[in-house]
Design a protein around this ligand. Sequence first.
Ligand code: 5GP
Length: 204
Amino acid sequence: MSDAPHIVDFGKKIVVITAPSGAGKTTIVKKLLLQHKHFGFSISCTTREKRANEVDGKDYYFISESEFRQKIQNNEFAEYEEVYPGKFYGTLKSEIERLWRDRKVAVFDIDVKGAVNLQKLYDENCLTVFIKPASKEVLLNRLKGRNTENADTLKKRIKRAEEELQYEPKFKKVVPNADFDIAYMNVKNCINAFLKSNSPAVHH
Ligand code: 5GP
């Protein structure tokens, strides 16, 4: 899909890319956002530590656990999860509104449980795409090769990735990720078909 000079109104749409941690979804989401100006990244809140290459307010809103709990109390989240013990991740309702105000299709990179919740909430306005790793071995090797984790965190991530693999049947689309370019093209095709079939109007 190219960014044509006319205005395209996709309405209030969300596209959720989900997968077990380490399946390559973040790389796919980053490329989608680079190539399509009408996609906007839904920046999540998290209580985990910022990694060296990450920017606050771009990759995540890094907040304290007490701030996170306050936002839960205030009902500010569309969804949130304790993805790892003591590490909270969540999507603010205001974030989705911000993207829609800017006429963006809101694009998410979130865990499988959050994706299931968004699918329930937004129903036909929501496309969920599950990125399926080539094999469990490939997934575990990717997690091990990340080097951002200590042994304990890595163990938790592996356990969780194994559970997350079981969620595959819950999503609208499943895209295998044995080859990045093919997976990326397949994800794009799924999104194009969803936006075409579901958009209220295209103004020329
Ligand atoms: P990481 O710590 O590697 O950035 O992310 C860990 C997991 O949390 C990933 O699967 C990521 O997609 C997921 N995640 C990121 N933001 C959110 C969110 O807002 N809600 C939920 N439920 N999961 C999220």
